[in-house]
Design a protein around this ligand. Sequence first.
Ligand SMILES: [Zn+2]
Length: 580
Amino acid sequence: MVIPLKANQKKLKGISIGGAWNVRYEQFVIESITFEKIANPQKTDVNACDEPPVIDTAKNGIINEKLSAWDFVKQLGAGLQYMVFIDAPELLDFGMDVHPGNAFSKPTKEQIQFIKSKGFKTIRIQTNPGNDHLMDKDYRINPSYIKHIKQVVDWCIEEDMYVIICGPFAEYGIDEKYKKRVAAGDVHFAGYFVNENDKKESERFLRAVWKQYAEAFNNSYDEHLIFENLNEPVDVFHVENVHSWFPKDDCSRCKKAYEVLNDYNQLIVDTIRSTGGNNTNRFIMINGLGAKCWTITSKNFKLPKDKSNNKLIPTYHEYTMGGSAAFDQYSDYYTNGIKESILETFAAFDKVYFSKHIPVYVSEIGQSRRTPILERIKWIKDFMAEASKPSRSCAALLHVDGALKDDGGFFSGYYDSWKLGWYDEEFVDTFIYGAQGKDYPLSADFVKKNEVKVESIVGKNLLKNPLELKNWEGGYKLTSNVLALATPAKYKLVFEFERKGSDPRFNIGYNDSRLNWHEVVPLLQKSGVKGGMIDGTTIKVKAKTIEISVDEELAKQLEYTIGIYLNGKDIIIKSMKVIE
Ligand SMILES: [Zn+2]
């Protein structure tokens, strides 16, 4: 690498070389440093590549044209995420030699063989060409990036595995470092946005990316190679109500995002099909808005029109227990509410897809290793039991990331790409067995050692400090984790108050796991409120304590929320307790 010194620099006191603090895992060796006098030194462009575009030139290919998506998905078995192609390390210019910024080692064939030997049949390669791998304003992808992907794809195929190439991410567009690069005119960075304003340019980007992918992978690949439109396409700018990740059918902006994404999906399918050959009949997975289960069953979602029959697979991501502890919907425990949510999801799929012989693919499923292992195991076992019912065609792929130590709440890795090992194997095996419709036998010892005992919270004050509520400002949020498995099946919530004004009122409500708001007070009409009077969605506080009854249904809901909220006016809530 050539690094020009300042012009007219006569002397150097020394050279200081430091590790890049934000690249956690990569190592490299500087073999030598030499000084050369050059007339017009140019800094090495780490993105430069003089290789020709990667084109699959095989004239003829064999692909099983008659295979339907329904029968195909039943063959995919357990899948594993392989996310080595998504990041420029914290957007530093490492060039093509090092691309995993997320703690994975560089890909090797041994890794693929190791993953296969565990029992995985499918690998999903996430890609992000617009993150430092573009060559120019026409969105030409660095050929060496595609070659790297192709190498891994070929290894998978040689091992008789299925491999999914997934299109780009949507959320990088709001990353500050990314925005700075784009603003500075850096052509190596570009992306797409799921909104009307950015639609034209986004379409140009998506068409370019998918044309290059489809030209690079065609007749040499049969149905073992699958394309997936996009990774978690979200309207990143629609953040005011967190609708980016929790799209709503009745929100006009979300409706628009659905429409824009439907158009992108159509464009991607058409672009892939236009390359002919085996891509005419290749299976294509279609990830819906925000990758949520309810957005692919929404009336606003459209599977693209396709010249080929039965080759499209609706796809979403499943994090029923919240995935990462960094998210509000995270749960340490597998509760009845979570179980019910799984049944609800499959009931919706039965109606919209399975009854019509259309499969569903779960291109990510996962839960943080921070979660007690037996709780995770119960959850994924139940999920896979539903997915593998004979009346359904549904396969799933385990999400793993590269963080092998819990660094503050993210998913953490089940798979060690450096030492070739597994963490929490009982969980991984339960998933793999589940994909085959089988139960993984856990030893009695393991169960005994990991059985979760949650201390009852009955009688304990759930508020850390007294909560002063003046005028519906500064409400309080309680996470579900506090209540999960810690209460009787039904109970009373008792609040202790101090009056601070003439019209003391109080409200309680919660966001369910799909971020739909629910008022609790109207549900109390039948049981009444001891010490208070129901007035619409609020309780007029009449005494020093009020008591509300939480029946079994509500208790189940309160265990599985994205926050329970307390608010009010003219009061201080001194305590909040669960009483049997
Ligand atoms: Zn919205």
